[in-house]
Design a protein around this ligand. Structure first.
Ligand SMILES: [Zn+2]
Length: 214
């Protein structure tokens, strides 16, 4: 039995376009994560998001499974669960810090978030770096890419594994348009730096991997 997960779809819309669509945003109908039935729209809720230094309110549709009657929120890949800032903002900080090109403070400044916020993201990323390394290295191989040989630094390894997995995924239709960090959000169910996740599940293969719409 899988733990409860958020369904994150590989959305390539700009944040502004998604937000402006409101309740009319068109989201692919997902399959139920438990029984694979095609789910039907079932209302939704509003959620705040920060992008480019601005906060907005976005619509998150819910879907209901006709088989198990469970409802699931379906998030666009520019969202990470439980985080106000969009995936690309978090990713920009991780890129700068995990690659060793910048400290946390200048990275935070660059994307206009408080230093303490960016530090929290990096702590969480570092905290699950080994898990991320293993999962994304496996995904890279699964997608026909090459897994990078481990270095001594877990955070760097995780970052390199993510890059390797995306390089492999980018040859499949649709992913290139989403970009690397939305790809990461989609395959981790928005849980890249989630604080309440016990174990990391990548949505790979038919059952846990929602292919992008080209
Ligand atoms: Zn179901």
């Amino acid at each position: 039995m899988l733990p409860p997960v958020c369904i994150v779809w590989p959305c390539s819309l700009s944040v502004d376009t998604y937000v402006a669509a409101g309740r009319d945003v068109v989201v692919p109908r997902p399959n139920c994560p438990s029984c694979l039935s095609v789910m039907a729209p079932w209302s939704g809720y509003r959620r705040r998001i920060r992008h480019g230094g601005r906060c907005s309110s976005m619509w998150v549709p819910r879907f209901r499974c006709p088989g198990c009657e469970a409802t699931h929120a379906v998030l666009p890949a520019f969202v990470l669960t439980g985080r106000l800032d969009v995936t690309e903002t978090v990713g920009a900080v991780v890129d700068a810090v995990a690659s060793g090109t910048s400290g946390v403070r200048p990275a935070a400044k660059l994307v206009d978030v408080p230093h303490s916020t960016a530090r929290g993201w990096m702590r969480r990323f570092a905290g699950r770096a080994r898990e991320l390394s293993v999962a994304f290295a496996a995904l890279a191989t699964e997608l026909g890419g090459e897994a990078a040989a481990p270095l001594v630094d877990a955070t760097r390894d995780a970052h390199r594994a993510i890059r390797a997995a995306f390089r492999a995924a980018a040859s499949l239709p649709g992913w290139l348009g989403c970009g690397r960090w939305r790809f990461v959000s989609a395959v981790t169910g928005g849980s890249l730096i989630a604080t309440n996740t016990n174990s990391l599940y990548l949505f790979v293969g038919r059952r846990r991997f929602m292919p992008p719409v080209p």
